[in-house]
Write a protein that binds this ligand. Structure first.
Ligand SMILES: [Zn+2]
Length: 69
């Protein structure tokens, strides 16, 4: 299964501790299992995602390669 399809179909439910199918409303999505609000990523996945963005930023900065000395 392609990982992107997986994320499109499921979101993270903190209460279930798993990626679950969800119901979508205007500005929030809800777990079909327990009715809790769900989010796109789990905390650890979100951190990995943000770390990835940060690394990209820093790579961009380093393109100019300023000399340290
Ligand atoms: Zn749930």
């Amino acid at each position: 299964m392609d990982i992107l399809d997986y994320y499109n179909e499921k979101k993270w439910c903190e209460k279930c501790g798993a990626y679950v199918r969800f119901l979508m409303s205007v500005d929030q999505s809800w777990c079909v299992e327990c009715g809790s609000p769900v989010r796109l990523f789990s905390k650890s996945d979100l951190q990995a995602f943000q770390a990835g963005l940060q690394a990209e930023k820093e790579n961009g900065k380093n393109k100019r390669r300023p000399k340290a000395s």
